[in-house]
Ligand binder design. Sequence first.
Ligand SMILES: Nc1ncnc2c1ncn2[C@@H]1O[C@H](COP(=O)(O)OP(=O)(O)OP(=O)(O)O)[C@@H](O)[C@H]1O
Length: 378
Amino acid sequence: MIRFEQVVKSFGDKNIAVDHLDLEAPTGQITCLVGPSGCGKTTTLRMINRMIEPTSGTITIDDRNIADVAAPELRRGIGYVIQHGGLFPHQTVLENVGTVPKLLGWDKQKIRNRSREVLELVGLPGDFADRYPSQLSGGQQQRVGVARALAADPPVMLMDEPFSAVDPMVRDQLQDEFLRLQDELDKTIVFVTHDIDEAMKLGDNVAVMRVGGKLAQMASPEYLLAHPIDDFVADFVGRDRGYRSLSFQNSPRFPLMSEPTVELGATVEQARAATNGRWLLVVEDGKPQGWIEPARIQSAIEPSMLHRGGTVARSGGPLRTSLDAALSSPSRRGIIVDDDGRLAGTVRAYEVLRAIEETDRVEVDPDDVAPEHANGRT
Ligand SMILES: Nc1ncnc2c1ncn2[C@@H]1O[C@H](COP(=O)(O)OP(=O)(O)OP(=O)(O)O)[C@@H](O)[C@H]1O
């Protein structure tokens, strides 16, 4: 557990970057620090590895005051990842990844083996090892940055906007891989981002900070969406927070409709025989491929003829994906698949809404609401 107690950091008399911060980042969990530009996120993060020293207050890691630990020793147990990976441009990927083990005096073969192992772990197979950072895409550089931080297997990882310099699709993929990795590694992670969606997706806990370096609220994403402590947090977590909170509640087993289907490659006659409505679902080996309007079929069904705009939800997955599947489907019948991606059936939006009505909201924690904020809640 990383604990901040009444931590202040001021740069000169008037510039208070972090103001009496009390914060706990539990062991083995991801704690996201989020807030507007200049609210003190990076300063908070850098105080954990003593790149910045607090003006007052105490920071402990597993009850050990970090002020009592020499900075180099402290940093051996803390991986650090920054935007763009922060790689050394004149070193190969393998050399970059081996930086900390080399500082720790590991022998060459051990460094090489471990570096290859962590590169594999972040999805960069062998032939990337001898490249230079400039020969990598932004997403690959970020992966190397994560591999480098993991090389000496530190229990704590500090990540400062590690995925914000890549395009949204790559970012999404990096986030998914990061969550999978954390599932295996159970590191204690403090993750800075200005992107509330990223914080909500990655954080077990999310700490929302205000300009002036004060903590506005810290809670699970689900709790923050249901009970923002004041207007600032409510605005920050977003106007569509009611809808977004559905991401954190799983769907029940819906009474699914059995959907008539036709195989990809089917003839006009087969398609027309299969349908009883305007839209027909096309499958391949039981897996949904897209919808088609039977009236428009002039030849055997090919992938290019399919409407692919609708989303697909996994059975028992978040209510948000089930509702989205129904809302985005051209037939208004949302596709639900099993864990192997095979069609389980379809569901209508009103069935999902009924399930939402039957779901309990997250209970408010009475200790959580400061009296001066009680009226600000919505
Ligand atoms: N070395 C410094 N000297 C003076 N002021 C600083 C220094 N570092 C940070 N600050 C100030 O402290 C405040 C907090 O900065 P910090 O970088 O921690 O914010 P942030 O939330 O990470 O911002 P961003 O999202 O824009 O990166 C800002 O007002 C900043 O100008």
